[in-house]
Design a protein around this ligand. Structure first.
Ligand code: PMP
Length: 412
């Protein structure tokens, strides 16, 4: 690994250098959203100061400049995920919108009565409810891949659930609630052998590891910019060109048309066919700068840095008798998310007490209520790391955690 100074990295992130209520901020809620480096923040300010125009719609300098910034961003994303062309990259608001686009445009048009849609029990609601709705309207069958006691979806389970009736598999690469990395290459290859298409929810993987759509041979992939240093409000849908060609638009309006007549319309070529309305140019510029930042550090290095942090935290948490860990206990098959509870303490209390120490974690059902029910719990605490976190922060998190039961009057 090239020599990377986390101290230098942290200087690029203004939020990380704040004190909150007199305490240094320890931000461990990166699965919810990540903090932004100066290059991203400044690019947005600069865009609105110097280049703001409506892209694809004007012959004047600002419009042309906005178009150039927007389309340069599309090239950047295509290269980052190794798409074959920019026609395969659609900008949306976030992973949720990308999944809904697929549910409306692909699901409602290509799923038929009796077809099977396979998802997993650990899906985020945004990759669950759209398929529930498609299954209901089309009278299709929604099937779940369940995990074993270790929090893993086994090959037997995959072979049992994906059948010749399966038309679509939509699955998270990394679980936002447990951190499990799912066996997606096996799932994709197996689904293809049954003629099913696969959507990969890469919201929790793409920010943390190299994801190559060509090597995976995945049909569609979605992610949110804000979980990978970019601003809120910009997301991506990747799709194989031949599949995106086939699906009708999800939204109708400006810039997605070729010709409009009083009683009919022809649509623009990809990718514009699937991007109606004025585009989020500043968001795309922020995403472009975010990808530059990630590339500068290197996705392999990021993965290694986070794996070290996660195993360090796991070991410490596992050694505390009052901590209950959920999901896969090992380090090999997991991203940088750890779900846990302090015994006898409601996760919201744990999160509030940690907040008093300046430690930001998430508590709740993590938009994965069926998973919580499957695990027999209501909620968990979740600590999630990014490459800018440090072992010293994890030490402080653990020390604060040790005080939680004391705060609530337990003896230890
Ligand atoms: N999928 C997963 C696995 C997620 O973790 C999230 C966000 N927590 C989403 C989808 C939805 O992302 P967004 O809210 O940015 O659309």
């Amino acid at each position: 690994m090239k020599q990377i100074s986390v101290d230098d990295i942290r200087k690029d992130f203004p939020v990380l250098n704040q004190t909150i209520n007199g305490r240094k901020l320890i931000y461990l809620d990166n699965a919810a959203t990540t903090q932004k480096p100066n290059t991203v923040i400044k690019s947005i300010e600069n865009y609105y100061k110097s280049f703001n125009g409506n892209p694809h719609r004007g012959a004047h300098y600002l419009s042309l400049k906005s178009t150039e910034i927007y389309e340069t961003g599309r090239k950047k994303v295509a290269n980052f995920i190794n798409a074959s062309s920019t026609r395969e990259v659609i900008f949306t608001r976030n992973a949720t919108e990308s999944l809904n686009l697929l549910a409306y445009s692909y699901g409602m048009n290509f799923i038929e009565e009796g077809d099977e849609i396979v998802i997993s029990i650990m899906e985020h609601h945004s990759n669950l409810i759209p398929w529930q709705q498609v299954a209901k309207s089309k009278k299709a069958v929604l099937k779940y891949l369940y995990t074993n006691e270790e929090g893993i979806i086994t090959e037997e389970e995959i072979k049992k659930k994906i059948t010749d009736k399966t038309k679509l598999v939509s699955i998270a690469h990394v679980s936002n609630a447990l951190g499990t990395i799912n066996p997606i290459k096996f799932i994709i290859d197996y689904a293809h052998s049954r003629d099913a298409k696969v959507i990969l929810d890469a919201a929790q993987s793409l920010p943390h590891m190299k994801v190559n759509v060509k090597n995976l041979d995945v049909d569609f992939l979605v992610f949110s910019g804000h979980k990978m240093l970019a601003p809120l409000g910009i997301g991506v849908l990747y799709g194989k060109e031949n599949l995106l060609e086939k699906i009708p638009p999800f939204l109708y309006g400006g810039d997605m048309i070729e010709y409009v007549y009083e009683d009919s319309t022809t649509f623009a070529e990809l990718p514009h066919k699937l991007e109606a309305g004025t585009q989020n140019v500043a968001g795309v510029l922020g995403l472009t700068k975010a990808i530059d930042y990630l590339n500068e550090i290197g996705m392999d290095n990021i993965e290694e840095m986070e794996s070290e942090l996660t195993s360090y935290a796991l070991e410490k948490l596992d050694s505390l008798s009052e901590i209950e860990l959920y999901g896969f206990k090992g380090i090999s098959n997991r991203g940088s998310v750890i779900s846990f509870n302090v015994k006898d303490v409601h996760p919201h209390d744990t999160a509030s007490i940690l907040d008093a120490y300046g430690v930001a974690i998430r508590a709740g059902h993590h938009c994965a209520q069926p998973l919580m029910r499957y695990l027999g719990i209501n909620a968990t605490c979740r600590a999630s790391f990014y490459f800018y976190n440090t072992k010293e922060e994890i030490d402080l998190f653990i020390e604060s955690l040790k005080n939680v039961r004391k705060w609530l009057g337990y003896e230890s």
